[in-house]
Design a protein around this ligand. Sequence first.
Ligand code: GRF
Length: 185
Amino acid sequence: VRAAVFASGTGSNFQAIMEAGLHDDVALLVCDKPGAAVIDLAQDFAVPTFVFDPKHYDSKADYESAVLEHLRGKNITWVFLAGYMRIIGPTLLNAYPDKMINIHPSLLPDFPGKDAIGQAYEAGVSTTGVTVHYIDDGVDTGPIITQQKVSVFPDDTKEILTNRIQQMEHKLYPQVIQQLMKSEQ
Ligand code: GRF
């Protein structure tokens, strides 16, 4: 069983996955943002990367076909999105049905989409959280695997809340990934 992680940015979840002992299970990092910090992290952990710029392809189907070729080349069976800022299209979804997972920093179905932490903060909720879910063709709409609550305190800044949520993500995501991959061996 081999996994790929898809990421677009900082890569703190990618790092947490690596540091949780999943290093041998992750055979590829896919990144759609040349220059993203997560690429350096992958190099530090000696994880092969496929970095592409969607602008250089005519369509989503084209760049997803290129991604798919790399996934197949490494015999990838699971795909874990960790801050990958693109909607997955049918090319990849059909190739990995029920095998693509995402982590989202809210209690879905509340606050889907971008800046979920900011949305929850502005809404003034006293509880938010983290969701791990299967990918479908919507934005943060796929079947939920697990959720963890995170409290919001009255004197929290958005930054403090962000840190608290990220700590929960870094704990939860590697655990779920481990379980999913184990269930298949
Ligand atoms: C995380 O909050 C994740 O839930 C969301 O994007 C963020 C990625 O952060 N989908 P990082 O790149 O893993 O630091």
